[in-house]
Design a protein around this ligand. Structure first.
Ligand code: PGA
Length: 260
């Protein structure tokens, strides 16, 4: 159980997988699980591809209306701009309008394949937060950076770029996700100790600015989280849940993680 009364979050990042029918079925199956009134039950969220946000939202609401669990929804990216001539971009108000509560910013796949810089990620974070979405800021080092002993330096640089703009106050509602690039989609999970060490570094950086906000901040681990390893990861004092890719597309495995 996470310390500081932080409610755990288990979030499924569906990336660019699936099609409408399959993702609706996944959402319905998830939302049909019986609601657990216990205070220790985690918050559950899913991050579908943009075109399916509304369909997934409807499926989630239908399940909940029949006594199933509440599942929140987020988007996988957001524009740093509110509106205008920006072909292909999706704004924070549009996401909120589609029923999103969360949005990922700075996922390593976007940093790597779309060339998103720390600066752009910070602008997206600010835009999302100013439109009442909860940004989930993803940070993480590559294998080369880890092997060079630069893990803390890299994740702190990624965090600082945002912290500089929003101050600790900007993390009053936001969520952080530590996702070592070498663990994403590789089946090679960080050990609970490796992950805990980085989570503690991140929390300490926020604590230097505001101890209270740091104590309440939820920091998720992502990178090959599975039903089989979730409990050991979530047992670490600074790990407040998971951002789950591949395993979130398998209802049975995702549920095992949610109930870990
Ligand atoms: P994975 O992805 O669980 O498939 O490693 C995690 C993520 O990219 O958020």
């Amino acid at each position: 159980m996470a310390e500081g009364n932080r409610r755990r979050i288990v979030a499924g990042n569906w990336k660019m997988h699936g099609a409408r029918a399959a993702l609706e079925a996944l959402a319905s199956g998830l939302a049909a699980r019986p609601a657990n009134p216990s205070e220790s039950a985690p918050e559950v969220a899913v991050f579908p591809p943009f075109p399916y946000l509304s369909a997934v939202k409807r499926a989630l609401e239908a399940g909940q209306a029949e006594g199933g669990i509440a599942v929140r929804m987020g988007a996988q990216d957001v524009s740093a701009h509110t509106e205008g001539a920006r072909t292909g971009e999706v704004s924070a108000p549009m996401l909120a309008d589609c029923g999103c509560r969360y949005v990922l910013v700075g996922h390593s796949e976007r940093r790597a394949s779309c060339g998103e810089t720390d600066e752009q990620v910070a602008r997206k974070f600010v835009r999302a937060a100013s439109e009442s979405l909860i940004p989930v800021l993803c940070v993480g080092e590559t294998l080369g950076e880890r092997n060079a002993g630069r893990t803390a330096e890299v994740v702190l640089r990624q965090l600082e770029a945002v912290l500089e703009r929003v101050g600790a106050g900007g993390f009053g509602t936001a969520v952080l996700a530590y996702e070592p690039v070498w663990a994403i989609g590789t089946g090679q999970t960080a050990t609970p100790e490796q992950a805990q060490e980085v989570h503690a570094v991140l929390r300490a950086a926020i604590a230097r600015a505001d101890a209270k906000i740091a104590a309440a901040l939820r920091i998720l681990y992502g990178g090959s989280v599975k039903g089989a390893n979730a409990a050991a990861l979530f047992a670490q004092p600074d790990i407040d849940g998971g951002l789950v890719g591949g395993a979130s597309l398998d209802l049975k495995d995702f549920w095992r993680i949610i109930t870990a």
